[in-house]
Ligand binder design. Sequence first.
Ligand code: BES
Ligand code: MN
Ligand code: ZN
Length: 490
Amino acid sequence: MLQISFSTQVESTAGALAILVPEGDAHPTVFQNFDAATQGALSRAAKAEGFKGKGGTSCVVLAPSDSFERIVLVGIGKAGDVDAWVAEKAGGLAASLLARAPKAAVAVGDLSGALAAHVALGAVLGAYHFGLYQTKKEDDKKHQLAELSVLGAHVGAAEELWPSLQAVARGVVLTRDLVSEPANVLNPVEFAERATTLRAHGLEVEVLDVAAMTELGFGALLGVAQGSANEPRTVVMRWNGGKEGDAPVAFIGKGVTFDSGGISIKPAAGMEDMKWDMAGAATVTGLMASLALRKAPVNAVGVVGLVENMVSGTAQRPGDVVRSASGQTIEVLNTDAEGRLVLADVLWYARDRFAPRLMVDLATLTGAIIVGLGHEYAGLFSNDDDLAVGLADAGAFTGEKLWRMPLGKEYDALLKSDIADMQNISGGRAGGSITAAQFLKRFVGETPWAHLDIAGVAWASKAKNGQPKGATGFGVRLLDRFVRNGFEQG
Ligand code: BES
Ligand code: MN
Ligand code: ZN
């Protein structure tokens, strides 16, 4: 992970520099100083490119002087409108443009210390690259940035906030690493194994194997798993940073390490995307790591259901009936609607065992949510208005945006089965994300609950908003903020 330091001066060893530039004619002092030092190279380049400091724009000035390999100007829009999210986007864009230099600096001018720390967070995430399997030297060259110095006026305040934001950055990186791993490496057993390494940060981690889940009656989850040669696992992660005895907040994740669709098999085109069908579980894991790393004063529990949905002679058939841990029976009309089957058991289990004050689940649950909301917003479903508002606010703050979708008994009625307590799909395609959420709702009882359908936002097919393409880690920053805003003591 990119190493960050804060200082008031550019180190002479930095070979590359980014300068954050607000919109308008008055250029920041850093800009003026470097412009003078480079005989006007910066202002000439800005003029030639029509760079005016608009948010999301940039201008690269190559070799402006002997000491700099490049100076990049990064627009941050109107100075008064810069918030944490704008700062992170700018930091991310800066880091991606500086990535070829091993050491670089970013000048944030007179942004507050807090915003400077958010620039650093954005930079760490913008410099992220999953390079584990690239063995050719040319590939590494594009991602050399290892040390970044953040140059600004308010070093003390930035340094004070940074450790807690760095904890969040480490959580997001963990999530992205898990999501990026191919399914031949990251099967349920390997995922569980990696979760146990978080004990080093003070998390209690328990792994439930097939025998334990059989004992608990996880018939819905086990039905999905039965076609795979890789055994399923459920992992429980606990962070006890709050008052002893206080009910925890609970986060539940869908962890389908590969979703072939099962016997209701998916088309070949794009099936490789289904390695990231465990993004919900990865987000819960990254979030729990963040809470532990920043020693959050809260009791939290994360529960992830890990399975591989495969096709084989032992695979579950369309029409099979399974008994969930709640006792409710389910007719599995489509084996590709497997995420809800996994969540049915882990949601019930989380509620039954921990009596949490609230539950939030994350899942790449439906293609339909992508049709509805595209790749900008995740779908938010909830049985509790305060919880929904708290989550949406945290989403607006962090730029991980949520859009609330409806629930209602008319949708629920579509799940009625002829031979079991419910079926796992409705008769048609209409409202597919809603009927999926409605299915989950049957396993949460009266607990305040929210479901985030992250199918459209867990993976980016191109770089955007200072974020590299690939796994986004969506939800870690959002839920960390949600916990900070409403559930921490003192
Ligand atoms: N994992 C998929 C949903 C998905 C699709 C995630 C595209 C990310 C990108 C889920 O298990 C699934 O297959 N859902 C089905 C449900 C249907 C059978 C009712 C879907 O969306 O088609
Ligand atoms: Mn599926
Ligand atoms: Zn799936």
